[in-house]
Design a protein around this ligand. Structure first.
Ligand SMILES: C[S@@+](CC[C@H](N)C(=O)[O-])C[C@H]1O[C@@H](n2cnc3c(N)ncnc32)[C@H](O)[C@@H]1O
Length: 281
């Protein structure tokens, strides 16, 4: 079997070898693939097999047991870290309209971006809070499992091509200023204004193994749960619920939902029907 035909391989037939790869990965690197959904695992493994020109899952398993460089490439290929500034602009537009008035009633705000990737979501929040006069009384905690992503997030420096889609998103999300006031340009990079970092703490946190570390008024965990299997989606939902204050707000990704989380009765969705939920018990 070669190329994309691997994508159609029978998942039940492959199960033992996928489990062996998972066990080897855990043993050799401490990375636990078993928390992710079957579809996610298969897509990532077959993408690597195709890229490396390997002869299927057995071949991949044999090689990662002895080839530490391939093992490293496998680990690097696993995270899906796609993100944007003001990703899914209607979410942020509705956040301004529905959530900001609630946030204005608190003297101090703690906001958690769980699975922040390279930082754009946290920087979007910093910009939004600045424009709403809330930034100086806010602390934003932005966490991710993967340290290299956090390093990029902390730097707040992105390639020039990053600008186009992100500037459009800012406007569509209801941005109230001239977007260019939030960055400076060098020959090849966009450097975000250092003031946007002032109230953000970037830190490593594993949603599937680590616990509650603070109480939050708002938690955004967007486009992260979608990669987990049901068991771990439920575990993470329970962690998010425990970490939110009563009447706190939870934001999920477009393709994620509170349905099936075991927490349905604990939240009510906001009027706009974007994936924003208020904790009611
Ligand atoms: C697709 S990105 C989403 C980024 C951002 N929230 C957004 O919606 O644009 C998913 C992020 O989840 C992180 N992630 C995956 N598993 C995780 C875990 N167990 N704990 C914390 N973060 C995790 C990945 O490293 C990646 O940065």
């Amino acid at each position: 079997m070669t190329g994309s035909s691997y994508e159609h391989a029978d998942s039940n037939f492959d199960l033992p070898i996928v489990q062996s790869i998972t066990a080897t990965l855990l043993d050799k690197s401490g990375f636990d693939l078993s928390v992710y959904s079957d579809t996610f695992i298969r897509r990532r493994l077959f993408a690597l097999i195709n890229m490396e020109g390997l002869d299927g899952l057995d071949d991949l398993h044999r090689r990662i047991s002895t080839d530490s460089k391939l093992l490293k490439r496998l680990l690097q290929s696993l995270p899906i870290y796609t993100t944007e500034l003001f990703r899914d602009p209607p979410f942020f537009k509705n956040f301004r309209q529905e959530v900001v008035p609630i946030l204005k009633t608190y003297p101090y705000l703690r906001i958690w971006h769980a699975g922040c990737s390279t930082g754009e979501e946290a920087y979007s929040m910093a910009i939004l809070l600045k424009e709403e006069g809330l930034y100086d009384r806010s602390k934003i905690y932005a966490t991710d499992l993967h340290a290299p992503l956090l390093e990029k997030a902390r730097a707040g420096i992105y390639p020039i091509r990053w600008l186009q889609g992100n500037a459009d998103n800012y406007i569509k999300a209801g941005g109230a200023e001239n977007f260019s006031m939030y960055y400076t340009l060098t020959a090849k990079h966009v450097v975000l204004d250092p003031s946007l970092k002032r109230n953000i703490v970037f830190a490593q946190h594993n949603l599937t193994t680590d616990g509650v570390f603070n109480e939050f008024n708002v938690i955004l965990c967007r486009n992260v749960l979608i990669y987990f299997n049901w068991t771990f989606q439920r575990r993470v939902h329970s962690l998010l619920h425990e970490s939110l204050i009563l009447l706190g707000l939870l934001g999920l990704g477009n393709n994620e939902s509170i349905r099936g989380s075991g927490m349905e009765v604990c939240y009510k969705q906001t009027e706009s029907k974007v994936k924003l939920y208020q904790k009611v018990n």
